[in-house]
Write a protein that binds this ligand. Sequence first.
Ligand SMILES: Nc1ncnc2c1ncn2[C@@H]1O[C@H](COP(=O)(O)OP(=O)(O)O)[C@@H](O)[C@H]1O
Ligand SMILES: [Mg+2]
Length: 304
Amino acid sequence: MKKKILILSGGISKERLISLDTGLQVAKVLKKNDYEIKISEPDNNLGKHINQFKPKVIFNALHGQFGEDGYIQTILESFRIPYTHSGVIASSIAMDKEISKKIFIKNKINTPKFITYSFNKKFSDLINEINKKLKFPVVVKPINEGSSVNVYICTKKNIKKILNLMKSYKKIMIEEFIGGREIQVAVMGDKKLGAIELKPKRKFYDYQAKYNTNAKTQHIIPVEMPKNKLDEVMNMALKAHKVIGCKGVTRSDFKFYKNKFYLLEINTQPGMTKLSLVPEIAAYNKISFKELIEWILKDASSKR
Ligand SMILES: Nc1ncnc2c1ncn2[C@@H]1O[C@H](COP(=O)(O)OP(=O)(O)O)[C@@H](O)[C@H]1O
Ligand SMILES: [Mg+2]
């Protein structure tokens, strides 16, 4: 009998389109393999879809808010059907850049210095704090968004304008700007899968550089780096995966500057689109897209 898989994609986050693409790619590869597939939105009808279809596993292809942050995971727990990737707690910790960075620091995983801002003090006081603790330029970003949505590099000159753009957020993060190279590492279960380097043609690895093929970010694999440094960054990613309590596949984003790695974040639901990095790292390590997706499905049924 065909194994029933329900793919959850779309959703309400700013990464909706990427999630739909991830869902389609997963459906395409599984269909070829005699699975029975249903694609569903995480909306009011989800319960009905699950009860009617009775999937063996739910593939969570959602990204961002309500898909990657523990909310949908809490709902999925109530159905008692295995679902892919991290559970409730790890998902919510990883999605919150402030909490996850505090855990990285506690565990001696190097991460850029940062402050948070809740729009509760004068801009001039904030500028003073930045001068004292971080120095310009800085990176301003939301605490719980992905795909470089609303990530800005700011100078003293333009920060006021950028902060005004971000007023809809309750709290944002301001980090020291780290120059140098962009390295991302995939972890699969309790194993380091591999690393990839990104050379964006744009100012940084922003939304266009990530998803617009014309923006031409160069993907470099294998990463040209001494073996001991590669081991170092892969060990940092594995440690981050473990201390956050992640499951399945994760992707950690690093900067490499003056021979030092800085962990920016860990992603618990890495994209699986044609331009996505985890499938590319897997392919380089002789794991096909099909094998990767089937491993994720199998892992979903193991203990959380
Ligand atoms: N502190 C920083 N210094 C330099 N570049 C940064 C910094 N933080 C983010 N960036 C750039 O912005 C991109 C997105 O930031 P990241 O923290 O990974 O958030 P997201 O969850 O949106 O992917 C990074 O891949 C990097 O190119
Ligand atoms: Mg990132």
